[in-house]
Design a protein around this ligand. Sequence first.
Ligand SMILES: [Zn+2]
Length: 287
Amino acid sequence: MKPVHPDHTAPADAETRRAVAPVICYPVEGLPAPDLAPYRAARDGWTKVGETQVPAREARCFRVPAGHFFRITSVEGPQVGDLNLWNATNLAERFYSGKTRALHGTHLSSGDRMWSAHPYLRPMATITDDSLDWYGFDAFGGAVHDVIGTRCDPYTHNLLSHGGQYHHCCHSNLTRALADTTGLSLAEAEGHVHDVLNVFMCTGFTRDTGQYFMKASPVRVGDYLEFFAEIDLLGALSACPGGDCSAEHSSDAAACHPLLVEVFRPVAPPAGWVSPPVNGYDRSHGR
Ligand SMILES: [Zn+2]
């Protein structure tokens, strides 16, 4: 983190340098922004075609065909979820948290998209509804549904707890779920687990030190985050051992609750929708 007492004195023009206005790295005008109206209209008369209960401190996989919707809902009590997405027929195409963050900002909501990794880099899912969109940014700089944290994992826990072994971090939960669904070994499955969308998690960076923080999620029973599958998806959702993340994770200390994933088939796809092709870069890299 940035030192409170730096080793080097500030130059004479320090304030002038600090005063330079920031430039948005990826102006959203350059993105093909989705029109949510056709997506939302397609929900009329939809049919629920599947549901998956994710037990507390566990993960489960689910499949969503392109053109279908899925919803993650808080049931029983406040709970955050760690979401991984893959192309259902190609695990190499997986959610790219870092580029999604660069494109949409630190926290996602309606109209934002979950982008896939290189060389695919296309929308995997579009967020079509968010019952917590009223939250915005709080006085601490916290907001909901982040792509800044990673997933709690037993390796970091081992480092910070001086040798601790804990097996229900989201990383391990997602690994077991993917192995169970695909038949891959745990070691093989682990390599496909990636940085997540932290569903319902309320996080930010401290203003003074830039440290990642979490606080009790504002999610309540019935709150949901809804997605439209742009391509055939395999998803995995972990009900984090942090519960609502008000205190700690990587232990069984926090109160935890299940999460519900529901899949809906619309009567017809959104008007004008076509499943996006993979990225158009020719991959010649200048040679
Ligand atoms: Zn977790």
